[in-house]
Design a protein around this ligand. Structure first.
Ligand SMILES: Cc1cc2nc3c(=O)[nH]c(=O)nc-3n(C[C@H](O)[C@H](O)[C@H](O)COP(=O)(O)OP(=O)(O)OC[C@H]3O[C@@H](n4cnc5c(N)ncnc54)[C@H](O)[C@@H]3O)c2cc1C
Length: 304
């Protein structure tokens, strides 16, 4: 399939990208890794008249360590995350999430900002961002604002982004000592989008009880779901036996409140069941990692 005719401009700077977005309005569309937009254009599900390529903007390609968080530029590629020893050690959940996206080609081209902005219900980065308590920095010619991941995903393929606004960064707070995370996805074949995704981030106190928890699921409902009630039952408890059962029960209840996705690969009933299995496995892995984690101050300290 060939896309409809379109014009292509490579933005020379972020300011230039905003100028082009303002000029073209609804006819314009930003292009980052192209891994979702180009297939949609080839299927003629979307036909923007002007593509504004932001994918090579140096301003959006940085991985910056700040006081309380790491800031990933919007066009940081999944492969850049996989290749950063520091990111892999500090955010195993994030590293695991990018490692299960598509195949090597997709991971070399696909971007963090593009993934979040596209908001595919089965995307891997949305539940990861929710469990990690991340924030999405959104910017337009008019200004800049930071939106909590909790408020960013609004409906399938729909986010809190305003017209002509771009995701410019994703901020992920540093985990405390004794933290661990896991991202598990159940797919039909390796490289497929998931039929059930669970992201779990835990921080333990010195006595082994849970200080903080981040729990989110994806590919089950139309939007990724952060399950605060499951987080609540873990906090102050040892995340073992009873607490795990209680958290899994909260996940089950949360899924009861939504209409699960249903298709030939994975009917609703199947997704309802397997999400609990995947969640419990992710929780066990996150706990194991938190229990064996080294204090951050002893870890490698450079993002590259
Ligand atoms: C074979 C294949 C398998 C895949 N498997 C998975 C998978 O398992 N898990 C998964 O999560 N994803 C998967 N994907 C999707 C992939 O992760 C895409 O890279 C991602 O969805 C979009 O990122 P992108 O940089 O390619 O964005 P693009 O395709 O360039 O853009 C996607 C949309 O986001 C908008 N956009 C892009 N960047 C920004 C920005 N900074 N600000 C505002 N809007 C922006 C564009 O205008 C467009 O509407 C797969 C894709 C393919 C082709």
């Amino acid at each position: 399939m060939y896309p409809a005719r379109f014009n292509y401009t490579r933005a020379e700077s972020l300011e230039h990208a905003f100028e082009l977005l303002t000029t073209y309005g609804e006819e314009g569309r930003s292009l980052a890794g192209g891994m979702s937009l180009i297939p949609l254009m080839k299927l003629r599900l979307v036909s923007p008249a002007h593509l504004i390529d932001i994918g090579r903007l140096a301003e959006l390609s940085k991985i910056e360590r700040r006081d309380n968080c790491v800031a990933l530029g919007a066009v940081v590629r999944y492969a850049q995350i996989e290749e950063s020893r520091w990111l892999v050690d500090t955010f195993p959940l994030l590293a695991e999430a990018v490692s299960v996206i598509g195949d090597v080609q997709v991971r070399n081209a696909g971007t963090v900002g593009g993934n979040l902005a596209h908001a595919d219900p089965a995307g891997d980065l949305a539940p990861a961002a929710l469990a990690l308590n991340a924030s999405v920095v959104c910017r337009s010619a008019k200004g800049i604002r930071t939106v909590a991941a909790d408020a960013f995903f609004q409906a399938p393929y729909t986010t809190a982004l305003e017209p002509n606004e771009l995701v410019t960064e994703v901020e992920i707070p540093f985990p405390g000592n004794r933290s661990g995370g896991a991202h598990l996805k159940l797919e039909r074949r390796w490289g497929d989008f998931g039929n059930a995704i669970a992201s779990v981030q835990l921080e333990l106190r010195e006595d082994g009880r849970c200080r903080k928890a981040g729990i989110a699921i994806g590919a089950v409902g139309e939007v990724p779901l952060r399950i605060k009630s499951a987080e609540g039952v873990l906090i102050g408890e040892r995340p073992e036996r009873e607490a795990v059962r209680a958290a899994a029960e909260e996940v089950r209840k949360a899924v009861e409140t939504i209409e699960p996705l249903s298709d030939l690969k994975a009917p609703a009933e199947y997704r309802r069941e397997v999400i609990q299995v995947i969640f419990k496995r992710a929780l066990a892995l996150a706990l194991e990692r938190a229990q064996s984690s080294i204090p951050l101050s002893d870890a490698t300290t450079s993002p590259s």
